[in-house]
Design a protein around this ligand. Structure first.
Ligand SMILES: CC(C)(COP(=O)(O)OP(=O)(O)OC[C@H]1O[C@@H](n2cnc3c(N)ncnc32)[C@H](O)[C@@H]1OP(=O)(O)O)[C@@H](O)C(=O)NCCC(=O)NCCS
Length: 154
């Protein structure tokens, strides 16, 4: 759990400072989880999905450690997640991304331009901040901070 916390802290601007109890709750509430490990038992990849098993699934928190990027690991991680029965059985799978659109397009996803991404933050003080500038991209074109991408089963 601490390795997951570290991986998210280091590589996911949207998932920093998640508590261990919060992460445990997150894992329990996920429908499918895929991890990638180095031989020395270091966690280097993580991805998860929530799903109703029939109509809609959403991918969350897809990440590969910096020193393992660019070797096809991210593709394998997402393909494994998509092949999980809880995700593969859904008629449509969504995800949100602010800087990895090309990565997901290579996996068959396409940008959704006909819908708006909307959000409602909790008032408990634990809501994730929406800071697209943190990923180095900013809002250069004044567009939304995250794009919704969907993949339909053939
Ligand atoms: C996005 C991420 C998961 C990709 O992992 P990776 O292991 O480097 O990706 P792969 O090596 O499997 O790349 C697969 C293909 O996507 C391409 N690709 C990888 N990252 C890309 C990006 N950010 N934008 C466009 N294309 C990308 C690769 O060039 C490769 O193309 P090819 O099949 O033509 O050779 C990884 O860069 C990451 O963890 N980023 C930080 C967290 C993040 O942004 N996650 C996604 C948020 S939803």
């Amino acid at each position: 759990m601490r390795q997951l916390q570290r991986l998210l802290n280091q590589h996911c601007f949207w998932a920093r400072d998640r508590s261990l109890s919060g992460l445990q709750c997150m894992l329990r509430g996920s429908s499918a989880i895929v991890t990638a490990w180095r031989q020395d038992d270091t966690l280097v990849g993580f991805a998860r999905a929530t799903s109703d098993g029939v109509y809609r699934a959403v991918l969350w928190d897809v990440v590969i450690a910096n020193d393992e990027k660019g070797q096809g690991l991210g593709r394998r991680l997402v393909e494994t997640l998509l092949s999980d029965p809880r995700v593969a059985g859904c008629e449509r799978t969504y995800l949100m991304t602010s800087q990895s659109r090309g990565f997901y397009e290579r996996l068959g996803f396409q940008s959704v331009t006909t819908q708006n991404l909307m959000r409602l933050d909790s008032h408990t003080g634990s809501a994730e901040p929406d800071r697209p500038e943190d990923d180095g991209q900013g809002l250069a074109n004044g567009g939304p901070s995250a794009e919704t991408v969907s993949r339909r089963l053939p």
